[in-house]
Ligand binder design. Structure first.
Ligand code: C6P
Length: 408
C-alpha cells in the first residue's frame, strides 16, 4: 500500500513484539477497547517523569515551566488535530466518559427543563446514555432514542422524525464501538441545529478512524479519549464552542479553576481552566500530544485506506465461515468486526482465541441496548488499528476454525 509501510509502523509498537503465550505471537485485535502505544508516546511519558516532573501553571521554577510548556503544547496539538479555532475550546478531561458527564452536568444542569428532550440513538455507548439519564432525572427532561435498523444504521429519517422544538440537545457517536457504523454526523448536526438543538458528538472511535474537523462539522461539542488514539489512558478531550463553554457553569471545584476565592464566594478562571479543577493528568496529556505528533508524521489518507482495506478483507473472510453471523452491516463502517458463532458463547470463543494469541473483546461492549436490539447478551468483536495486517485477520480466521473444531 503506497504511502504506508505497515511493517515500519509495527516496529514502533513494542507490545507487538511479544508472544501472548509461549509460541503464540500476539495478534492484537482489540484496539477499539484501547490502542497499543508507539515508542514515541512511551518515551514522551517517560521523559516527563524523568526530566520535567513538576506541577503545571503553579511555579516559576524551570521544571514547572518545562512541564507547563509541554502540557499546553499538547493542547495546541489537539486543537489542530480537531480543526478547532481556539485553544480555549480544548478542555482536558479523564476521557470521553468524563467529557460527556461534564457537558451533561454543566450544560444540561443549566439549560434543561421539564418537558425538554435529549435525543440520542440506540447504538450509543453507556457513556453517552447514562449521563443524560442522570441529568434528565435531575431536571425533568426526557431522553428520546432514535432506533437503529437491523443492519446497525441510524437512518436520517429515524433521527429527524424524533427532532422537534422540544429537542434541546442531541448526542450521538461518530462511529459505533459495537457495530462499526459510521453515522452521518454532519447532516445530523445540521438537522439538530435546524430545530435549535445543541449537538454533541461522541468521537471516542471516530477520531481514530476519520479525519475530524469540528468546524466543518459545526459540532457544538466533540469528545474523545486519548487511549484509543494511541495515547495514554487517563486523558481525554472535550471540544466545545467557546460561546457555549463561556456560558456554562463550572462542573468541579478546586485548584486552578478559580480566579479568586474567599469564604463569601469564588470567581472562575478563564477557559479552558474553568473546567480543569485540580492537578491535571500532566504526563498523560503530554503523551496524547506525542501520539498526535506521531500520527501527523504519517500519511493519514494512506492510513485510512489501509484500515478500509483491512475491514473489507476481514468482512470477506469472516463472512465465508460457516455458522458465523456478522453483527453490524452498515454501508458505512469502520474498523469493527462483531460477530456471533452459532451454538458457541462469545466468551468461549474469546478464550480459545486467546490461547492462540489472538486478542479480541467479548461481551456487551458497554452497549447493552445494542445487544437487546439483536436479542443477544454479547458478541465477539475484533477491532482494527493502523498496525494490523491481513495476516492478523488470517490468524483470527485460523483461530475461529479451531474454536469451531473444539466444539465439534
Ligand atoms: N469503548 C470499547 O471497548 P472511555 O472509557 O471514557 O475512554 O470511553 C468511553 C467510550 C465512549 N464512547 C464510545 C463510542 C466508546 O467506544 C467508548 C469506549 C471501549 O468499545 C471501552 S468500553
Amino acid at each position: 500500500m503506497s504511502g504506508f509501510d505497515v511493517e515500519a509502523v509495527r516496529a514502533q509498537f513494542p507490545a507487538l513484539a511479544q508472544e501472548a503465550h509461549p509460541g503464540k505471537p500476539l495478534v492484537y485485535l482489540d484496539s477499539a477497547a484501547t490502542a497499543l502505544k508507539p515508542r514515541a508516546v512511551i518515551d514522551a511519558v517517560t521523559s516527563v517523569y524523568a526530566q520535567d516532573c513538576a506541577n503545571v501553571h503553579r511555579a516559576v521554577h524551570v521544571l514547572s515551566q518545562r512541564a507547563t510548556a509541554r502540557f499546553e503544547g499538547a493542547r495546541d496539538r489537539v486543537m489542530r488535530w480537531l480543526g478547532a479555532a481556539e485553544r480555549e475550546e480544548i478542555v482536558f478531561t479523564r476521557g470521553a466518559t468524563e467529557a460527556i458527564n461534564l457537558v451533561a452536568a454543566s450544560w444540561g444542569g443549566a439549560n434543561l427543563q421539564p418537558g425538554d428532550e435529549i435525543l440520542i440513538t440506540e447504538l450509543e455507548h453507556h457513556s453517552n446514555i447514562v449521563p443524560w439519564q442522570l441529568v434528565a432525572a435531575r431536571t425533568g427532561a426526557k431522553v428520546v432514542v432514535a432506533p437503529i435498523t437491523d443492519e446497525g444504521e441510524v437512518t436520517l429519517e429515524a433521527f429527524t422524525a424524533r427532532l422537534s422544538e422540544r429537542t434541546k440537545l442531541v448526542a450521538f457517536a461518530h462511529v459505533s464501538n459495537s457495530l462499526g457504523t459510521v453515522l452521518p454526523v454532519a447532516t445530523m448536526i445540521r438537522r439538530a441545529h435546524e430545530v435549535g438543538a445543541v449537538a454533541l458528538v461522541d468521537g471516542a472511535q471516530g477520531v481514530v478512524h476519520a479525519r475530524v474537523d469540528v468546524r466543518a462539522l459545526d459540532a457544538d461539542f466533540y469528545v474523545f479519549s486519548g487511549h484509543k488514539l494511541y495515547g495514554p489512558s487517563g486523558i481525554g478531550v472535550l471540544y466545545g464552542k467557546r460561546a457555549l463553554l463561556e456560558a456554562m457553569p463550572p462542573w468541579q471545584g478546586g485548584g486552578d479553576m478559580i480566579d479568586r476565592v474567599t469564604f463569601e464566594g469564588s470567581t472562575w478562571n478563564d477557559l479552558p481552566y474553568k473546567f480543569e479543577a485540580g492537578t491535571p493528568a500532566i504526563a498523560q496529556a503530554i503523551g496524547l500530544g506525542a501520539a498526535i505528533e506521531w500520527l501527523e508524521g504519517l500519511d493519514l489518507d494512506a492510513v485510512l485506506a489501509h484500515e478500509a482495506e483491512l475491514l473489507a478483507y476481514g468482512t470477506e473472510r469472516l463472512s465465508a465461515l460457516p455458522g458465523l453471523t456478522l453483527v453490524g452491516r452498515a454501508r458505512k463502517k469502520s474498523s469493527v468486526l462483531a460477530f456471533l458463532l452459532e451454538g458457541i458463547h462469545p466468551t468461549d470463543a474469546g478464550t480459545i482465541l486467546d490461547a492462540e494469541g489472538v486478542a479480541i473483546r467479548t461481551g456487551h461492549h458497554c452497549t447493552q441496548p445494542v445487544m437487546d436490539h439483536f436479542g443477544v447478551t454479547g458478541t465477539a468483536r475484533a477491532s482494527l488499528a493502523l498496525y494490523n495486517t491481513k495476516a492478523d485477520l488470517d490468524a483470527l480466521v485460523r483461530g475461529l476454525e479451531k474454536v469451531r473444531s473444539f466444539f465439534g
